[in-house]
Design a protein around this ligand. Structure first.
Ligand code: HPA
Ligand code: ZN
Length: 348
């Protein structure tokens, strides 16, 4: 048995607004005197019954509406980091959706200021390393994305990468070709959600037109053998989110999730939580559920954790430090299993 909570890991697909737990939504709503369109926490949680990506996004954007002040963004991020420590997360690359806040009148600097100061406290006090990734909303215009990039350039040192999220179908990556080209020329790393609900062609487009170095979700690559071969040969990482896929009905059950097949095909797959407050589990729960439903071995699970650091934007020295930690964990887990087999009574 492997203790997936203790397994050292990086989380690479996590929307900070998707960690907004109902209790904190109500607390901040009261503080800001903003109405929540549900009478209480239980009624809000009961609304988390999604039929597809859009039905989730409607609730997700409604929840973040109560965020107004820098302190709100700080509290949201600090709550995630406190939880992340208990999940074995050593490093987190965190998405945020500035357009969803700026369009409500919240200044960009308020959002980034609150998130950044919580990340700095998290690094100092909890020892969690982190990077920030700014996502463009793909159902907004190219012009809006370009304006958002302009503003982000004033915070250049605080954002490592740009990404692409929100409603996928009908909003192909190529819509943002010029935005991503400019972002890359300004030195940002690039990632994009593709092949979650959208077809495998969107993954190809994200690679060929946006030149991204990592694909978020990407599970529909399994429908295209040539694409699988390419992703494997180029070692393009995929940030897979099993409980998200289940709750948004992208897969019918965890037992039928393609993660094991992806590992067997030699893909650099990782496990992440996406929007854990909405999808019923943080990252360790995602590891635990796939471990049990797909019968993953200790080697599969440590491989997923190794992949999470390989796929990260950490510098090679830090990456090495974390992957060495996984090797120590793996050796201890295998030793423990040997002892149990040799003498089942002696080991608690
Ligand atoms: N897909 C697209 N957009 C999102 C998601 C997602 O899973 N979560 C938050 N925004
Ligand atoms: Zn996502």
């Amino acid at each position: 048995m492997i203790d997936v909570r203790a397994l050292p890991k990086a989380e690479l697909h996590l929307h900070i607004e998707g960690t907004f737990e109902p209790e904190l939504i109500f607390e901040i709503a009261e503080r800001n005197r903003v109405a929540v369109p549900y009478p209480n926490v239980d009624a809000l949680r009961a609304a988390y019954d999604f039929s597809n990506l859009q039905s989730f996004l409607n609730v997700y954007y409604a929840g973040m509406n109560v965020l107004r002040e820098e302190r709100d963004y700080y509290d949201l991020t600090a709550a995630y980091l406190r939880r992340a420590v208990t999940e074995g997360i050593r490093h987190a690359e965190i998405f945020f959706d500035p357009q969803a806040h700026v369009k409500r009148g919240v200044p960009f600097d308020t959002i980034v200021g609150g998130i950044r100061s919580a990340l700095e406290s998290g690094e100092r006090e909890l020892g969690i390393s982190s990077h920030l990734i700014m996502c463009f909303l793909r159902d907004f215009s190219e012009e809006s994305a370009m304006q958002t990039l302009d503003v982000a350039l004033r915070n250049r040192d605080r954002i490592v990468a740009v990404g692409l999220d929100s409603s996928e179908t009908g909003n192909p990556p190529a819509k943002f070709a010029r935005v991503f080209e400019r972002a890359r020329s300004e030195g940002f790393r690039t990632v994009a959600h593709a092949g979650e609900e959208g077809p495998p062609e969107y993954i190809v487009e994200a690679l060929d037109v946006l030149n991204v170095s990592r694909i978020d979700h990407g599970i529909r690559c399994m429908e295209d053998a040539a694409l699988v071969e390419r992703l494997r040969d180029e070692r393009v990482p995929l940030t897979v989110c099993p409980l998200s896929n289940l709750r948004l009905r992208v897969v019918p059950s965890i037992e039928e999730h393609p993660l094991h097949a992806m590992l067997e095909a030699g893909l650099v797959a990782t496990v992440n939580s996406d929007d854990p407050a909405y999808f019923g589990g943080y990252v360790s729960e995602n590891y635990a559920r796939v471990a049990s439903a797909l019968h993953l071995s200790v080697s599969d699970l440590t491989m997923l954790a190794q992949n999470s650091f390989e796929a990260s934007f950490l510098d090679p020295q830090k990456r090495r430090q974390f992957t060495d930690e996984i090797e120590v964990f793996r050796a201890a887990t295998l030793q423990d299993a040997r002892l149990r087999r040799a003498n089942p009574q002696a080991v608690p």
